[in-house]
Design a protein around this ligand. Structure first.
Ligand code: 5GP
Ligand code: MG
Length: 294
């Protein structure tokens, strides 16, 4: 097991203070206290390509100028070797190009999201926390732990879909098994690992709507918000933002990330790397390795 301890000073995302370490900067922005209604049904319309006024999500970027002015930013490390504190198995040595999000930041963002959920959903009835397997499981765990600490009642349920093969979307979404009956007449939060094109959610959300929940919304650890940094797309008029097919609530998004293939905290490449605590950008070595034989 490798433990990188090059910069021991971790920032905390919850402080909203400007702190500099050798590798990360946290810029305080935005109003995190704004509440949004929990009870409107998820819309399937296209989202705006500019960030809304109440953007409380966090943008992970190499270049802060790429992020909306009302948002908070997390500047990513230049390389895996220059990161703060990260742990990975020897088996994965040399597989990553850079650390994207350290575990500590994932956990503190989960705490913020749980606080938002607690403040906006009723406490006298259980919220159905629907984990979309497999990738969301570690994020789901962190989130549920913080909800438990807050004393917020919830039911746990699971559903499995699959759309990615290797490092790209297969374009079709496979559903496994039946959706849980718990959703009928209850508020439902669909817990996702990452939203890329929105294809998975576009296939999943109508089937959830059919179960007649009181409301349903998506809570996703990551959203791919930008074209690859340094790519030709960077200079596009839309600020590099990819327009999603799904409307998302910024209070329920962990981090907006560049358009790179990421692994860790549940996210895999052919079933490899789900076990990582931190989120990494997969490097050429990792891609060449091809993940596990299935
Ligand atoms: P979408 O359907 O929105 O294009 O993609 C969503 C699904 O694709 C996610 O639930 C996840 O399984 C997979 N996915 C998308 N981007 C990535 C990525 O960068 N890394 C990994 N490991 N999976 C991804
Ligand atoms: Mg997923």
């Amino acid at each position: 097991m490798k433990i990188l301890l090059i910069n021991p000073v971790f920032f905390t995302l919850s402080s909203f203070l400007l702190k500099n370490t050798n590798t990360h900067t946290l810029i305080p922005m935005g109003n995190n206290n704004q509440k949004s209604s929990c009870c409107s049904n998820q819309s399937m319309e296209k989202s705006e390509s500019t960030a809304p006024e109440d953007d409380s999500s966090i943008y992970v970027t190499r270049n802060v100028k790429n992020t909306p002015s009302n948002s908070r930013s997390l500047v990513m490390s230049d390389s895996a070797k220059q990161t703060s504190s990260a742990i990975y198995p020897d088996l994965y040595e040399g597989h990553f190009s850079s650390l994207l999000i350290p575990y500590k930041d994932l956990d503190s963002r989960c705490k913020e999201i749980a606080e938002h959920i607690h403040a906006t959903y009723p406490s006298d009835e259980p919220l159905v926390m629907l984990c979309i397997l497999k990738g969301s499981a570690p994020f789901y765990n962190l989130l549920c732990n913080h909800l438990s600490i807050l004393g917020h009642p919830f039911m746990i349920d699971f559903y499995r879909v699959k759309s990615y093969e290797g490092t790209g979307s297969s374009g079709t979404v496979k559903h496994f098994g039946d959706l849980p009956k718990s959703m009928k007449g209850r508020h439902v939060l669909v817990i996702e690992d990452i939203v890329d094109t929105g294809t998975t959610l576009k296939s999943l959300l109508p089937t959830i709507a059919e179960k007649d929940p009181k409301s349903y919304k998506v809570c996703s650890m990551l959203v791919k918000r930008f074209h690859s940094e340094g790519s030709e797309d960077d200079d596009e008029d839309d600020g590099g933002e990819i327009t999603k097919q799904i409307e998302l609530d910024n209070n329920l998004i962990g981090f907006n990330i560049p358009n790179a293939f990421v692994v860790g905290c549940g996210l895999d490449y052919n079933e490899m790397y789900r076990d990582l605590r931190d989120i990494w950008i997969l490097g050429e070595e990792g891609i060449k390795g091809g993940g596990y034989d299935l």
